[in-house]
Design a protein around this ligand. Structure first.
Ligand SMILES: [Zn+2]
Length: 492
């Protein structure tokens, strides 16, 4: 790794072990000017304030959501999204716009139908979980018909007598809590990924889960699940919240509950997709990269307006504004020292193929990545800046946080792990910054047919752009960098 330093003084003290007191002859710069020079601070503040006056982010999100729409990995929409990304970045004036090939799994949801047969016959609304197998074709396409056993958690299933699970459909009735951060989702979501194999080990024939979300309606919530090797693959589906209530009430009646499930979900051969990349090239150190990421794919039920059309729009527009003249206070474009690279990742939703392909293809270049950041939580307001940097660089982070204070952003901790697309970069030592967003409403719509672009508040998405434009510009134009992230950063 190249040793890059905040200032000559720090560099000397790192390399030689000579403390600041030992080089009294050197004039000591004022700490704030060396951490964030006035020229950088002023331009970053102007980028911030200009964005609050209105940006093109919502227009970009609408374009992706309307012109491409659903774009799950390997689908025709995925290919259309790659074309959209290339066309859009070129049209917005990005440089070095190109696609980098990524192989992605291709899952087809087919059709699904479910009904409670007894004690109260009723069809329900449900969605296959991503990666699920379908129900058997035979006999006569009737699918799976079995008695339902309900459990409130994964742990509760493990405590059930296997005789009560054998040959049955397991219903995991886990209610997600609404939280401002992602804690509610993080706590509830393991049942979606692991529930099928845990139940199959005990002889279950299918699993149903309560949708992992905070909406209360008839929009079921999809998302990735995975099968453990060597365990029977059984179908897995999420019930819309109102239908989960119905099934819970049927179980609470104490009468046997029978359910029929039919699904034609299946895996298809792997397909080709791509990470789409565009840059604002740096004026002094173009090989040093400030990476702004978001994911181009979406689940198929909605149009990916918030997940992650919002993030694509926020990062694209933030970078565009750094490279372009602004609305008034920024009459002339001024390239930052380093390159701003926007990466629109392929297939975040079903196994982060794009993230892994990027980290592998750019492995030799990661020492020159001075920052990796991602926007993937819709367009809710940013309220906190968290970092994942070496502790000796925290004074710089404090200066960056001050820049965002007028946006209502407060300083967070140094425990940032990046989004799932940049986490492998953090694990490789690339410093990470997270702008934590208010997710109070996000999980009402996330991964459902209700994920559409009308859920974006224009003022809120502009506040996101303001924060990222100021932050990314400042890091790209700092005289020094943010060091290397300590080992263990990044959620790989
Ligand atoms: Zn996402």
């Amino acid at each position: 790794l190249a040793i890059r330093c905040l200032s000559v003084l720090v560099c000397l003290s790192l390399v030689s072990g000579v403390g600041l007191a030992g080089i009294a002859a050197a004039p000591a710069p004022s700490p704030s000017s060396s951490l964030l020079p006035d020229a950088v601070r002023e331009r970053a503040a102007a980028l911030r304030d200009d964005a609050l006056a209105g940006t093109r982010a919502l227009e970009i999100a609408r374009s992706l959501s309307f012109e491409v729409g659903p774009r799950s990995a390997g689908s025709p929409g995925d290919r259309a999204a790659v074309e959209w990304g290339l066309r859009t970045l070129r049209g917005l004036g990005f440089e070095n716009v190109h696609a980098e090939k990524v192989t992605v799994p291709h899952w087809d949801r087919g059709t699904i139908a479910g009904e409670i047969l007894s004690p109260w016959p009723q069809p329900v609304i449900l969605a296959s979980l991503g990666g699920s197998v379908g129900t058997p074709e035979a006999p006569a396409g009737n699918g799976i018909e079995a008695e339902v056993v309900g459990v409130p958690s994964l742990a509760a299933l493990d405590q059930l007598d296997p005789a009560r699970v054998q040959g049955r459909i397991v219903f995991y009735d886990v209610k997600m809590q609404r939280t401002k951060d992602v804690a509610g989702y993080r706590d509830a979501v393991p049942v979606r990924g692991a529930g099928a194999s845990r139940a199959a080990k005990r002889g279950a024939v299918a699993v149903l889960i309560r949708s992992i979300g905070t909406g209360h309606d008839r929009f079921p919530h999809t998302g990735a699940m995975r099968y453990e090797d060597g365990v029977a693959k059984i179908p897995a589906a999420a019930l819309a919240p109102a239908d989960a209530d119905l099934l819970a009430a049927a179980l609470a009646s104490g009468k046997p509950v029978r359910f029929r499930l039919r699904s034609t979900a299946r895996m298809l051969p792997d397909a080709e997709s791509a990470n789409v990349i565009g840059e604002i090239r740096g004026r002094e150190r173009p090989d040093e990269i400030v990476l702004l990421g978001a994911h181009l794919d979406s689940w198929d039920l909605g149009t990916g307006g918030i997940d992650d059309g919002a993030g694509v729009a926020i990062m694209t527009e933030a970078a565009r504004r750094i490279g372009a003249a602004g609305n008034g206070k920024l009459p002339r474009p001024r390239r930052p020292r380093r390159t701003i690279r926007v990466v629109l990742f392929a297939n975040e939703e079903f196994g982060t193929s794009g993230a892994r392909a990027y980290a592998a293809a750019h492995a030799a270049e990661l020492a020159e990545h001075v920052l990796a950041a991602e926007s993937d939580l819709g367009a809710g307001r940013v309220y906190r800046l968290s970092s994942g940097v070496a502790p000796d660089h925290l004074p710089q982070i404090a200066e960056l946080a001050k820049l965002l204070a007028p946006l209502g952003v407060s300083p967070g901790d140094n425990e940032a792990h990046g989004g799932s697309d940049v986490a492998p970069l953090g694990a490789a030592g690339v410093p990470l910054l997270d702008l934590d967003q208010d997710a109070t409403s996000y999980f009402d719509w996330h991964h459902t047919a209700n994920d559409t672009v009308d859920k974006i508040d224009p003022k809120e998405i502009d506040q996101n752009v303001a924060a990222w434009a100021a932050l990314a510009y400042a890091v790209a134009d700092l005289p020094g960098d943010l060091g290397r992230a300590p080992a263990g950063k990044g959620r790989e």
